[in-house]
Ligand binder design. Structure first.
Ligand SMILES: [Zn+2]
Length: 475
């Protein structure tokens, strides 16, 4: 039964997963597109010119171009059987028919590499639908309203849709979620929190326009962020809330994007501990989050995790040149070792932690780390002619592309964690972002914003302290 969306278009009704299977993201993220990028030589997702396979239900119809790495069990297998190894084996067996292209739900035509196409129109329709009404069982996501908007808009933007059509709806939706004491809550009447504030501000940036920008009370945001800064250099995610690298990353994105002063507000508690700026002690705090495994945890002493690794690395890239900040604060060879171990074969996708299962959303959380590390290793490049990557590919772009296109696409649109799971807008957004990273080489170039330049959201008339100091002044 078609439904009419607020945009006036006729749309089919979205198929919702049961609430228990909804995975709400707990951190923030953005498709961090550097100034210069260009298509890589990887063309796995292109050229779907092969005739459609007649039947994909039999091993005899496995596409000959699928390498053994992605269609056979690993050569070395753990002899010790545990719940973890059983789950891993089960997951591999669920993925294999999709990787081989023989699962009955897969749509062709497969390209010359045996990879199915991106069902672009289905995903676009799914994301438009995800901006419409939700059944009552979704009440558990009431504190994630800005995220629901962000995932849909980011996904649609990645698929080439113009999301400025949602400007009025986004402004109307977020206005009641902003607190007069600064920041945005996850829903109406809720406490301000770094994560929904991040999602709200990035959503407003995506729809654009002066009215969207003017909605944000920058001065109150600055004062609120000042109350989140902690004596050890990190940030809490909310007043009285937990302290972790999500808080640090979201705070630095908000400060940077809104062009807020880096000087701490006069009443900030952290001033009593000798700090004067938001960046004081921050890189040391992030450095302490690298674990014995080489990965990065949510806070010092916790387990290394892909999403926290992204937050910490992205935060370091805001603090200064990636080649300077990442190299100074992180043991890069150890981190590369840990990140590389997150990619599995034959699945091809990433897992978030040691001994965990592959999951589509880590296509971004782990996949998004590679361009940042690549930028750190390659150093700042001339904007006009970045050199070819001296480091080559740090991960298997082919593997990730195969996992996303073969295993993550839902039959009726939307992308998912893994075969057997329902699609949702969170996984749709982050698998698409991961797919994008496989298609480009990213560089940090000389065209990156120089001190004194205004950020995209800065309006001179809206400035409340001058001169506004940029991040780079403090590093
Ligand atoms: Zn996931």
């Amino acid at each position: 039964m078609p439904v009419t969306s607020a945009t006036g278009k006729q749309r089919r009704k979205v198929r919702f997963a049961s609430t228990s299977q909804i995975s709400a993201g707990k951190s923030s993220i953005t498709p961090n597109q550097p100034a210069q990028s260009r298509p890589s030589s990887t063309t796995l997702s292109q050229d779907h010119t092969q005739p459609k396979q007649q039947s994909r239900m039999s091993e005899t119809h496995v596409h000959p171009a699928v390498p053994a790495l992605f269609k056979e069990l690993p050569i070395i297998q753990d002899a010790l059987t545990t719940e973890t190894t059983n789950l891993q084996e089960e997951t591999v067996n669920k993925c294999l028919p999709f990787l081989k292209g023989i699962h009955s739900s897969q749509k062709g035509p497969f390209n010359q590499f045996g990879v199915p196409p991106l069902n672009r129109d289905d995903h676009i329709a799914y994301l438009y639908d995800s901006l419409e009404d939700y059944p009552g069982s979704f009440v558990a996501l009431d504190a994630s309203r800005p995220w629901m908007v962000y995932w849909a808009l980011a996904g649609l933007t990645l698929l080439g849709e113009d999301v400025s059509q949602f400007r009025d709806r986004v402004i109307t939706s977020f206005r009641p979620m902003q607190n007069s004491t600064g920041g945005f809550g996850g829903g109406h009447g809720q406490l301000s929190h770094c994560a929904p504030s991040y999602a709200a501000v990035l959503s407003l940036a995506m729809v654009g326009g002066e009215e969207a920008f003017q909605l944000i009370d920058r001065k109150a945001m600055w004062r609120w962020l000042g109350r989140l800064k902690q004596p050890d250099g990190g940030f809490r995610v909310s007043e009285g809330g937990e302290e972790d690298v999500r808080g640090a990353y979201c705070a630095m994105v908000l400060l940077s994007l809104l062009d807020l002063p880096l000087t701490l507000p006069p009443d900030a508690e952290a001033r009593k501990h000798g700090f004067e700026t938001f960046t004081s002690g921050l890189s040391d705090y992030l450095s302490r989050c690298q674990t014995f495994e080489g990965g990065i945890s949510g806070n010092p002493g916790s387990e290394a995790h892909g999403a926290y690794a992204f937050c910490a690395l992205a935060c370091l890239c805001i603090l200064g040149e990636p080649e300077a900040t990442i190299s100074r604060c992180v043991d890069v060879p150890m981190l590369l070792s840990w990140l590389s171990a997150r990619q599995y074969a034959p699945e091809g996708g990433f897992a978030g932690r040691t001994n965990k299962l592959v999951d589509g959303c880590y296509s971004f959380w782990v996949g998004g780390c590679w361009p940042l590390i690549q930028s750190a290793i390659n150093g700042t490049q001339p904007a006009t002619a970045p050199k070819q990557t001296s480091t080559g590919n740090l991960y298997s772009r082919e593997g990730l592309t195969r996992y996303i296109l073969a295993c993550c696409q839902g039959k009726h649109g939307g992308l998912r964690d893994k075969p057997g799971k329902h699609p949702d807008s969170y996984h749709t957004c982050y698998t698409l972002t991961g797919l994008s990273t496989t298609q480009y080489h990213h560089y940090h170039t000389e065209l990156a914003q120089a001190p004194g330049e205004t950020s995209p959201l800065h309006f001179p008339g809206n400035s409340f302290l001058s001169p506004a100091r940029t991040i780079k002044d403090q590093t």
